[in-house]
Design a protein around this ligand. Structure first.
Ligand SMILES: NC(=O)C1=CN([C@@H]2O[C@H](COP(=O)(O)OP(=O)(O)OC[C@H]3O[C@@H](n4cnc5c(N)ncnc54)[C@H](OP(=O)(O)O)[C@@H]3O)[C@@H](O)[C@H]2O)C=CC1
Ligand SMILES: Cc1cn([C@H]2C[C@H](O)[C@@H](COP(=O)(O)OP(=O)(O)O[C@H]3O[C@@H](C)C(=O)[C@@H](O)[C@H]3O)O2)c(=O)[nH]c1=O
Length: 284
């Protein structure tokens, strides 16, 4: 098995990949120092490719501030589209397989049945738009790619909804949480496992895949489960999206169908409650 270069190593998923690779003893993962791994710097990227001749690149680097992106289209596009194109171009040239992480926010979220990979993407936020553009620039440079769309990512690493809830739950008596946005959380440790499975099995079925945990929930039910599992005695109040104004509009329904990942990648996917229990246990 050749080398795998990880970009965005200091972020949530990057740290989960390091954690799971250590647990599984996956060989060949390289987490380059941030100064050498800016995906906006083609010269430094080329130097990394020449040094490591990677069989795989996993791109966890992204602009992920959903609300802030509404005021920073240019920067979000640079990182989420142009950065991905820089990687894809080099992957094409070096015969490297690119594993790109994308999002449920590429969808408008106006439906009410689980989304499959071929459903129309129609983003309703700058973040979602730039992530979709990142998906779309890849194919011009290489056919050897996996795009893993995930949703509501959380873990014990970096910032995420679970850690925010645990913090706010300790500080406040009551929390108002949106219940009319429906989706599925994804434990980033599980997603990291999926990425490593693709690499370890040298899967050749390139293309787009949906990957989150199993099941369906709302942010309100997710928060309530976080508090139940952690024994946090905070009151949760379900509210509608209109009662929690944010700069970016989020999809109302972004549950993704994982049939393709399960059958073609051969990954087993835990229910979101089971994985949440693991994460909350590790955070305590
Ligand atoms: N978080 C979520 O809920 C979801 C995330 N995703 C996708 O999953 C992937 C991983 O997300 P997650 O780990 O949570 O995100 P994080 O925001 O935790 O990590 C993103 C990382 O990218 C780095 N980065 C930003 N710009 C560059 C650049 N120019 N060159 C190199 N690195 C850069 C950041 O560094 P720094 O902090 O120094 O800027 C950070 O370490 C992303 O593609 C994201 O779009 C999909 C669905 C849900
Ligand atoms: C803190 C808080 C949030 N919310 C709502 C706002 C929002 O609809 C939802 C989640 O808020 P957050 O800001 O934590 O998460 P958000 O940035 O919307 O999460 C998204 O991030 C990007 C990167 C993705 O790709 C998506 O899959 C998704 O995970 O919870 C409340 O209702 N009450 C609260 O007290």
């Amino acid at each position: 098995m050749g080398n795998t270069l990880i970009f965005g190593a200091s972020g949530q998923l990057g740290q989960c990949l390091a954690h799971v690779a250590k647990e599984r003893n996956t060989p060949g993962l390289v987490f380059p120092p941030e100064a050498e791994a800016n995906i906006l710097n083609p010269a430094k990227l080329r130097a990394l490719f020449e040094q490591h001749r990677p069989a795989y690149v996993v791109n966890c680097a992204a602009y992920t501030a959903v609300d802030k992106a509404e005021d920073e289209l240019d920067l979000a596009r640079k990182i989420n589209r142009d950065g991905v194109e820089n990687l894809a171009r080099l992957c094409g040239e070096f015969g490297t397989t690119l594993i790109q992480i994308s999002t449920d926010f590429v969808f408008a979220g106006t439906g009410n049945t689980p989304l499959v990979e071929t459903d129309e993407a129609a983003p309703i936020s700058v973040y979602g738009l730039t992530k979709l553009e990142g998906e779309q620039v890849i194919a011009a440079h290489t056919g050897q790619f996996f795009i893993l769309r995930t949703s509501w990512l959380y873990s014990e690493y970096a910032n995420n909804f679970v850690k925010t809830m645990l913090k706010l739950g300790r500080e406040r008596d009551e929390l108002r949480i949106i219940w009319d946005q429906t989706g599925t959380p994804c434990y980033a440790i599980d997603l990291a496992g999926c990425v490593l499975t693709i690499i370890e099995t040298q899967n050749q079925h390139h293309g787009i895949y949906h990957y989150s945990n199993e099941g369906v929930t709302s942010w309100y039910d997710f928060a309530t489960a976080i508090f139940e599992l952690s024994g946090t005695p905070v009151k949760t109040v379900p509210i509608r999206t209109a009662e929690y104004p944010t700069k970016a509009t989020r999809p109302a329904y972004s549950v993704m169908d994982k049939t393709k990942a399960k059958t073609v990648l051969g990954v087993a996917i835990p229910h979101w409650r089971a994985s949440l229990a693991v994460c909350v246990g590790r955070l305590e």
